[in-house]
Design a protein around this ligand. Sequence first.
Ligand SMILES: NC(=O)c1ccc[n+]([C@@H]2O[C@H](COP(=O)([O-])OP(=O)(O)OC[C@H]3O[C@@H](n4cnc5c(N)ncnc54)[C@H](OP(=O)(O)O)[C@@H]3O)[C@@H](O)[C@H]2O)c1
Length: 245
Amino acid sequence: MKRCALVTGGSRGIGAATAVKLAARGYDVALSYRTQRTAAEEVAAAIQRLGARALLLQADLADPDQARELVHKAAEGLGALHILVNNAGYVQRLPWDELSLEDWDRMLRVGLTAAFVCARYAVPYMREAGYGRIVNVSSLRALTGAAHGVHYASAKAGLLGLTKSLALALAPYGITVNAVCPGFVATDINREALETRGEEIRAQIPLGRVASPDEVASVIAFLCSEEAGYMTGATVSVNGGLRME
Ligand SMILES: NC(=O)c1ccc[n+]([C@@H]2O[C@H](COP(=O)([O-])OP(=O)(O)OC[C@H]3O[C@@H](n4cnc5c(N)ncnc54)[C@H](OP(=O)(O)O)[C@@H]3O)[C@@H](O)[C@H]2O)c1
């Protein structure tokens, strides 16, 4: 049987690029979307053109019940689940003292709790399949903080703790868990920032440009591969040299 992957937030940006990249490498792919069904259908069509199966699933990952159901539908629809890419996310740029408790709570649910819930229900399928890879899409902001996205940076930093903790817990089963921290990537999430401050942003990046979604997807796909079998609990920066550990 072909290996099967679930990519959350696969309708656009990094998730869409990852879903297509995994299909190109021979995986069947379930991808979730929240609002952008048409865009997600285009991603599914691209996956099918590569000869892989695509399963399109709608879920609002702010709701843990929908996160759980998403995993079951992906595994049952594809017949197995070997790979989970926790990618879905959003930003909300507000001064920290203008954030409501609801803002904070929703960000933590989508950015952190959903990753835990998806992993929680995906791991039994991975153990059954005898192969497991989890990749959590964190952010440069997990490392630097963000004055205008305190909840975003906190959720992304929490994701690094989750990554390391799950890496320890799942190592006995050979399931690896890693995180990628993208810097600036040309996607809708920061379209406005790139339009208004693009020159200033590029000037700060040693490589002198923002990343394409495909460049982040390549790193995620590597972490999902057999070749990456000895990497677990790692935080992999993909930031053009903007911050070096
Ligand atoms: N772009 C960057 O510069 C950058 C940098 C660092 C980290 N990241 C991280 O990379 C990940 C992907 O970002 P991106 O740049 O590709 O963003 P994007 O183009 O805006 O795509 C975001 C994806 O997440 C989904 N999503 C958002 N809220 C959701 C929710 N409540 N429930 C379910 N799905 C939801 C969206 O679904 P719909 O489109 O269907 O609504 C979409 O598929 C995010 O976790 C982001 O924080 C991005």
